[in-house]
Design a protein around this ligand. Structure first.
Ligand SMILES: Cc1cc2nc3c(=O)[nH]c(=O)nc-3n(C[C@H](O)[C@H](O)[C@H](O)COP(=O)(O)OP(=O)(O)OC[C@H]3O[C@@H](n4cnc5c(N)ncnc54)[C@H](O)[C@@H]3O)c2cc1C
Length: 262
């Protein structure tokens, strides 16, 4: 399939990208979700601004606020970062589950959280981690949104069209963590995926992807009732009843694995 014709410009800096987005351009990062949507004509932007050549926006560094991951960090960079593996292993582990090696080499964390696919992996980890997402615009400067408020609905976030995801801030981990995923074998997307952060006493938080339109946060891992009552997705890959059952199975697995690491 061939997309509608569009104008293309490569941003020279983050400020330039904000300028272009404010003027109506659609941001392009790894292109692993936007390009397929354009080819399927589910998206038809008239102008695209490529963020991919902005130098340095793939940083991963730590300060007293936590570990900062720049929007252009690829899934591979998140997966293999020594800092994240030591300080926030849940995020690295989750990145390693995304798609295949080509997708992980091109796709970015900023593009994934902005896209907010109901079957994406990062949202489960980010709500479990109580991560913060920093968005920026020419109009309003920077603001920080908690992950559980950021993911609003399927393909819908709290970011405005003129805002760009700038970075994701995750805490330095003090608990045991694990991401467990039942994947759709052709694409690798999650039928369900569960991110767990659990202490030695078995208490902790879960983030669940694939089950609903947006990630589900469970703040008491000893009570999985929310997985029964929630309105579960149903599609050609899995019926809602199956997704609900699998969410419970994978939640128990994630809790056990995380507790063993606590
Ligand atoms: C075959 C295949 C398998 C996949 N499997 C998985 C999987 O198992 N798990 C998973 O989670 N994902 C999977 N993906 C999706 C993949 O992770 C994408 O990389 C990700 O969803 C989008 O990241 P991107 O950098 O490619 O963004 P793009 O495709 O460039 O952009 C995606 C959307 O975000 C917007 N955007 C991009 N960057 C920003 C920014 N900084 N600020 C604001 N808006 C922005 C774009 O305008 C667009 O709407 C798969 C994709 C494919 C094609």
């Amino acid at each position: 399939m061939i997309p509608h014709s569009f104008d293309y410009a490569a941003a020279t800096s983050f400020a330039d990208a904000l300028e272009q987005v404010a003027a109506g351009a659609k941001p392009l990062s790894g292109g692993m979700s936007l390009i397929p949507m354009m080819k399927l004509r589910l998206a038809a932007p008239e102008r695209v601004v490529d963020l991919g050549r902005i130098q340095g926006l793939n940083y991963i560094h730590q300060d007293q606020a936590g570990i900062h991951v720049g929007a252009l960090a690829t899934h591979f960079e998140v997966e293999t970062s020594a800092l994240l593996r030591a300080g926030c292993p849940l995020l690295s582990e989750t990145a390693g589950w995304i798609g295949d090696v080509q997708i992980r080499n091109r796709g970015t964390i900023g593009g994934s959280v902005a896209h907010a696919d109901p079957s994406a992996d990062y949202p489960a980890a980010l709500v479990a981690l109580d991560a913060r997402i920093v968005v920026a615009s020419k109009r309003g400067g920077e603001r920080t949104v908690g992950a559980n408020d950021f993911f609003v609905d399927a393909l819908t976030t709290a970011a405005e069209p003129d805002e760009l995801v700038k970075e994701i801030i995750v805490p330095v981990e003090t608990m045991g963590t694990s991401y467990q995923k039942l994947l759709q074998p052709a694409s690798g997307f999650a039928i369900v995926g569960v991110a767990a952060r659990i202490g030695q006493d078995g208490h902790g938080r879960l983030g669940v992807t694939g089950l609903g339109a947006r990630p589900i946060l469970i703040t008491d891992a000893t009570d999985l009732a929310a997985l029964n009552t929630t309105e579960a997705n149903s599609d050609i890959h899995a019926a809602s009843a199956y997704r609900r059952e699998m969410a419970k199975v994978y939640a128990r697995r994630a809790i056990a694995a995380a507790r063993a690491r606590a």
